[in-house]
Design a protein around this ligand. Sequence first.
Ligand SMILES: [Zn+2]
Length: 570
Amino acid sequence: MRASQLYAPTLREVPAEAELVSHQYMLRAGLMRKSASGVYSYLPLGVRVLHKIMAIIREELDQAGAQEIMLPIVQPAELWQESGRWNEYGPEMFRLLDRHQRQFCLGPTHEEIITALVRTDVRSYKQLPLRLYQIQNKYRDEIRPRFGVIRSREFIMKDLYSFDRDESGAQASYQAMYDAYTRIFARCGLKAHPVEADTGAIGGDQSHEFMVLGDAGEDLIVFCPHCGYAANVERAECVPYDPDEESAALAKLEKIATPGITTVEELTKRLQIEPGQVIKTMIYIADGKPVAVLISGNHDVNEIKLKRALNCDQLELADAQTIATVTNAPVGFAGPVGLTIPIFADYSVTTVVNGVSGANKKDYHLRNVNINRDYTPTQILDLREARAGERCVRCGQILEEARGTEVGQVFYLGTKYSQPMKAVFLDQEGQERPFVMGCYGIGVSRTMAAIIEQHHDEDGIRWPVSVAPYSVIVVPISYKDEEQRSVAEHIYKTLTSAGIDAILDDRDERPGVKFKDADLIGYPLRITVGPKHLVDGNVELRLRSSKEQFVVPIAEIDNQVSTFLNRIGE
Ligand SMILES: [Zn+2]
């Protein structure tokens, strides 16, 4: 490729719309442009990177026994009604009507489509296991698209679905994909850590996310440096509290006037107590019925855990009217003492001795509130969000936390889709059994952004060789100079015929402009052809990642380039 013909409009200024480094550089290096909120067009350099990532994915998945297919983006509502997700999925689903008023959606994921496909053709255990994947656009109508392709409404995803005869087969598929993902991300130059995850809208029993750690990450994870346990905070288990060895004597329950004080912060300031002394009481509506949730003032409720614990479909905080009806007080004065609705208490309140809570009366709180003496929870369980400083559920050591961006996720689905959709096969005894399934996603466009997050400096992107749009750029200081031009052309042709991805900067631009563009776009190697080294039959070779420079003979250029690419590609 010649830079004079390349459609890669670079920008010198940081675009105002872009907060994240990856988003800024994808726009500045001319990899993509925004077409609508959360919808992007990829330009040639962006497409080349995507294709390299996809090639790595295809190689690893094919090696793991998977086969590539292509499913429709437009999906009929009936299939989603069979699985029960048409109503469950919510406003993130792009829904549409055809001219006959039939309902469809733009696929946010493909469990229904593939289950329906496989159930029609796969009848026997002899046809299993089956691992099928595709790489395709997905659609989710995010309420707030941001961070470029990290949270966009249209994105490229690799999704794979496994069909097995039984649980042990499905576990083997899960492990095979887990291992393939580990290799895929490593080959893309990404440090991605598997962490235990919640199964969310996909469902199922078991899941791992592959997280790229970094402060820009949207997810919070906790990890144990001692035993290696790592989990998304949505998922991370918290341990029950041990009772204090010498707990204070239980003091007499008293009502105290707290006019206008409705938050934990105001309360702790006023009463000069720690947030951990406050028994926070939240009123939720679970499938239409009010419930109270207790948690100590220094923790937050994890609504995913709460929803799972209550086994409900709809969960939301109660409105002011409901709170007034249930507690006889306005918002801010709820407490467990005297409440008649079910009370679910997080472990954290079990060790609060002589705590403070709302009095279920306007402008009053209670002091010296004690569990079992003053109130009895319906159930005590793990409802809080894990945080750094808590104890590891596996080994008891102290957890740390980090931010991360999810680039892939694997799910053990079991029969969540095959059962309701009646996707069955005949086993060895001739008995009908539902397929045992798994599903596995990689955000391809997101992986590109994550690579940039991990590989950049103040001048631009530093692509790992494996996914760089071109491996080498040849830059003559002056393309007009006859000698420089002919040497540059010669090197370009030599590299190209040796099968090396090269680009020649044949533009009539100042060297500074060409160097800046080369650094911004981030080609791993730059070969500069200039008068300084030409006199000795040499050119300068510069590594983008370390900025090291080497003088190499033109006669050895293809060997030298191959050697350097191998070295930095490891
Ligand atoms: Zn541990």
